[in-house]
Design a protein. Structure first.
Length: 201
């Protein structure tokens, strides 16, 4: 009798298990991630998302950490899609490797599922500005030509500084004619004076 009751109880339990939807007994498992696990992204990352197999409870969480372990973004359930979590960093994620830590809580049965994935950001450096070609021998640029042309102050001939003795020669050139004129007047006066004396009885 007891054995038959045990068999009936086992059959009822098996029936209940088969009747309950499988989703209610499973965790909210990660189905898709952006960026994907192991992916190398060549553009700055502005959003990290995870999509799950079940509706998520409000206490589900998504953490994005950099290589040093610092949290750079925190995500929660997307109000527009209760099977997705979204994390938006304050600034686009630059070059480096990042780890995403997902804690999904099933809204159906409260089961918790934890999973991690990593991705790498490798943004190409912007090209440096083109360098101005240097002037080769035998050619001249306008700047080089302009720098060679002497300025007006450089082309003016320097005014000659007076040589020692120039002032003396100038004064002597003026004084000598005066002395000569005075000598002629004196000689003429003496001649006339002697001539008048010879005529005197």
């Amino acid at each position: 009798m007891g054995g038959s009751r045990l068999r009936v109880a086992s059959l009822i339990a098996a029936f209940v298990i088969l009747a309950v939807p499988g989703s209610a007994l499973a965790h909210a498992e990660l189905q898709r991630s952006i960026p994907d696990n192991g992916e190398t992204v060549t553009d700055p990352v502005t959003v990290v998302t995870g999509t799950y197999s079940q509706d998520l409870a409000a206490n589900s969480k998504l953490l994005v950490k950099d290589a040093s372990g610092a949290t750079v973004a925190t995500g929660t359930v997307d109000p527009g899609n209760v099977r997705r979590m979204v994390a938006r960093p304050d600034a686009p994620l630059g070059n480096g490797t990042y780890e995403v830590q997902s804690t999904s809580v099933s809204a159906d049965d409260g089961d918790i599922e934890r999973v991690q994935w990593t991705f790498t950001v490798a943004v190409a450096a912007s090209p440096s500005p083109t360098e101005v070609p240097s002037v080769s021998a035998g050619t001249s640029s306008p700047e080089a030509t302009q720098s060679v042309v002497p300025s007006a102050s450089a082309t003016e001939a320097p005014s000659p500084s007076p040589a020692p003795g120039d002032s003396t020669s100038d004064s002597s050139n003026v004084i000598l004619p005066i002395i000569a004129a005075l000598a002629i007047v004196a000689i003429g006066g003496a001649y006339l004076l002697n001539r008048n004396r010879g005529r005197t009885p």
